[in-house]
Design a protein around this ligand. Structure first.
Ligand SMILES: Nc1nc2c(ncn2[C@@H]2O[C@H](COP(=O)(O)OP(=O)(O)OP(=O)(O)O)[C@@H](O)[C@H]2O)c(=O)[nH]1
Ligand SMILES: [K+]
Ligand SMILES: [Mg+2]
Length: 355
């Protein structure tokens, strides 16, 4: 902890209060109709939802129109898109809903433009695709991140490694698995008291090798009902208008893809990368003696097993299970005969053999 402990305590408490007030502002009490914080009325469909978030005129609608059959209006002026426009991306038998959204500007989280609605829609997505204009300054990305951060969205991050449980009695019990760098018991005590969480158990888990836990992390844990951990792919569009060294630099950033909708460059790479970030896999099932159909896939999570595949096909398929034949990346030889615990890979072909 830094030298001036009093300042740290004060700041910690202040941040805690601020987080609480902000959440109250953003989420009006139930019953109050048509809150400005609610998203656009588009129901979820398909295997996953990707939200296109970005400043005006970066090319969100152009991208949607390229990768889906939906046409969303494209124009050179800002705020061409005024509401959420859903499209469906067909990806090797998977169906991904793509939500084209109005552009947002600085101050969106405080309600500028349709900022709040856009951010609420982003919160409902499995992946935020942050579309950026490669010709614009680097700050644009941090500005947008700050807007999302302000309403509780955490991009490409895991929930902090802190256990917090409220109790009926017994006071506060705060434990650190290893000596903390940025926190101490008194600071957490003050924040918890401010939240009127007088009886609770806190365990700040080992920090070894990880970024040390901060007071912001702790507040995120207290406010966990208002936090959303979402993956984000940063997509720089309009690379037709920048220099090659600049392109080189952008393309090497983490969770980043580059494209030019205008010249039709890199579009499929962006789609592939988005699919990877979603951590889903497409499994094609095959009946004996019949070729598999590749226009329909079973969608399972990463590290899914044959057992998960069976459950997706039919509840009771497992009961009669004898073995499965697997062709593809997870198979040592094609086909490989496997049991229920075999871990499948994206685009595997699976044939279930029952008794
Ligand atoms: N140079 C260049 N221009 C592009 C590219 N993609 C889109 N544009 C242009 O950028 C402008 C804005 O495109 P839109 O798709 O309307 O952008 P948007 O992000 O949906 O804009 P809003 O809905 O207003 O937020 C249009 O004039 C497009 O033709 C690209 O790859 N390169
Ligand atoms: K536009
Ligand atoms: Mg648009």
């Amino acid at each position: 902890m830094r030298q001036n402990k009093a300042t740290e305590y004060h700041l910690g408490l202040l941040k805690g209060k601020l987080a609480r007030l902000r959440a109250q502002l953003l989420e009006p009490t139930p019953g109050s109709s048509s809150s400005p914080g609610s998203g656009f009325d588009v129901s979820k469909s398909g295997d996953a939802r990707i939200a296109l978030v970005g400043f005006p005129s970066v090319g969100k609608s152009t991208f949607l129109s390229k990768i889906t059959k939906t046409k969303s209006e494209v124009a050179a002026y800002a705020f061409t898109t005024l509401t959420a426009i859903p499209g469906v991306l067909e990806y090797g038998g998977a169906e991904i809903q793509i939500l084209d959204l109005p552009g947002i500007i600085e101050g969106a989280s405080e309600g500028k433009g349709r900022g709040r609605q856009v951010i609420s829609a982003a919160k409902t997505s499995d992946l935020v695709m942050m579309v950026l204009d490669a010709t614009k300054k680097a700050e644009q990305r941090a500005l947008l991140e700050a807007e999302l951060e302000a309403v509780g969205i955490r991009l490409n991050r895991e929930p902090p490694n802190i256990y917090l449980k409220q109790k009926k009695a017994g006071g506060m019990k705060i434990t650190f698995q290893s000596p903390p760098k940025n926190l101490d018991e008194k600071m957490l005590y003050n924040i918890l008291r401010d939240y009127k969480m007088l009886n609770c158990e806190v365990l700040v888990r080992d920090e070894n090798g990880k970024k040390p836990t901060t007071v912001d992390d702790f507040i995120d844990v207290i406010m966990k009902d208002h936090r959303k951990y979402i993956k984000c792919l940063y997509v720089y569009n309009k690379i037709d208008a920048i220099s090659l060294p600049h392109l080189d630099k952008l393309a090497r950033e983490d969770h980043t893809a580059v494209m030019s909708c205008e010249l039709d460059l890199g579009i499929m790479d962006v789609v592939d990368q988005a699919w990877n970030e979603l951590s889903l896999q497409r499994i094609y099932t095959k009946r004996k003696g019949i070729e598999p159909t590749f226009n329909e896939a079973l969608i399972v999570r990463r590290n899914a097993t044959i057992e998960d595949v069976c459950d997706q096909v039919h509840r009771s398929l497992k009961e009669g299970f004898k073995y499965a034949l697997v062709w593809g990346k997870s198979a040592v030889h094609n086909p490989q005969r496997v049991g229920l615990s075999h871990v499948v890979a994206d685009e595997d072909v699976v044939s279930i053999v029952t008794k």
